[in-house]
Design a protein around this ligand. Structure first.
Ligand code: F6P
Length: 346
């Protein structure tokens, strides 16, 4: 919208929250203020704050003490401002442009996942200066090797799997733990491997129950008195929509094999609480780099990590795509060689 040296920027966090959002806000804000002398405001509740001009000024002192905090000090929402109303109209994009103009902004930093990046791209097409920062526990944002929030979720899920081992062993049970990830299997694959899961089911690999039963029976036959199954919430199953994947597996396994089984759906615990050191660092790097991109006028982009180096990718390339687990992912290949089942062996 204007080409002047960036002086005043806005930040928002949108979509599902995750550990590291405050670290990213702090990274952008502190760098913008300290290094580049910019003014920073934070919009409330994602794109809702941008539509309704709800915001707070963020001074450097406001950004102290938030690095380790879970959630987001700005609040978040799943507002999609470009989605037409029931009657087909939509005044939200105009309201957003009005806010941008009235607050005299030079850029809005949109921190979020796939949906947030899609909207950020639309805003960019409307002529606003926008930069995206990828976050989500699901790790499924296209264009970057990693999103912050993922490492924390894997840590929480791994700890849960560790704890299930001892109770599974005591009772000789099949324990099924369902982790988040939306349509991607990243959390299940990483936590499953870190926690020593015996069977890992992810949406990217087509499983069959015969294979799952066989693996469980093999373990009992080999005097391994229990099994741990790590399942991604996004797998397909016949009862989808009426029961969780874990519940479906648990019922099917106990019915078919006769072994006792129990399910745990880990849920929102994976999204709450303090970020891991890795996520604090990743979010800080992304935030500080986003501020640098603003100073350099590198707009319409999402900051990304490729081979551990920071870079940018055009927002136009990111929207509407998902980064799923490759069927030949090195971790999957290694796991198979160690006897881990992905439910697709037979
Ligand atoms: O995208 C993050 C995520 O936590 C997914 O893993 C999960 O499917 C979804 O959000 C839950 O969303 P909501 O906050 O709308 O319940």
């Amino acid at each position: 919208m204007n080409q002047r040296k960036p002086k005043r920027i806005g930040i928002l966090t949108a979509g599902g929250d995750c550990p590291g959002l405050n670290a990213a806000i702090r990274g952008v804000g502190k760098t913008a203020i300290v290094e580049y002398g910019m003014e920073v405001i934070g919009f409330s509740a994602g794109y809702t704050g941008l539509i309704h001009k709800q915001y707070m000024e963020l001074k450097e002192k406001d950004l102290s003490g938030i690095l380790t905090l879970g959630g987001t000090i700005l609040g978040t929402s799943r507002e999609k401002p470009f989605k037409p109303d029931k009657d087909g109209g939509n005044e939200k994009p105009d309201l957003i442009k009005q806010t941008y103009r009235e607050l005299d902004l030079d850029c809005v930093v949109c921190i979020g996942g796939n949906g947030t990046m899609k909207t950020a791209h639309f805003l960019s097409k409307e002529g606003m200066n926008v930069i995206g920062i990828p976050k989500t526990i699901d790790n499924d944002v296209w264009g970057t090797d990693v999103t912050f929030g993922f490492d924390s979720a894997v840590q929480i899920a791994t700890e849960a799997i560790d704890r299930l081992h001892s109770t599974a062993n005591s009772h000789g049970r099949v324990m099924i733990i369902e982790v988040m990830g939306h349509n991607a299997g990243w959390i299940a694959l990483y936590a499953g491997m870190a926690g020593g899961g015996d069977i890992i089911l992810i949406p990217e690999l087509e499983y069959n129950m015969r294979s799952v039963y066989k693996k469980i029976e093999e373990r009992y036959d080999n005097n391994k008195p229990y099994s741990i199954i790590v399942v991604a919430e996004g797998i397909n199953h016949p009862k989808k929509g009426t029961m969780s994947a874990a519940r479906y597996l648990s019922e099917a396994i106990s019915e078919f094999t006769g072994h006792e089984s129990r399910e745990t759906v880990l849920g929102y615990i994976q999204r709450g609480g303090s970020p891991t050191p890795m996520d604090r660092i990743l979010a800080t790097r992304y935030g500080a780099f986003a501020a640098q991109c603003i100073a350099e006028g590198n707009f319409g982009t999402m900051v990304a990590v490729k081979d551990n180096s920071l870079t940018t990718v055009p927002l136009a390339d990111v929207g509407g795509k998902l980064r799923l687990v490759d069927k030949e992912h090195p971790l999957i290949l290694k796991a198979r060689k160690m006897g881990v089942s992905f439910g697709d062996e037979y």
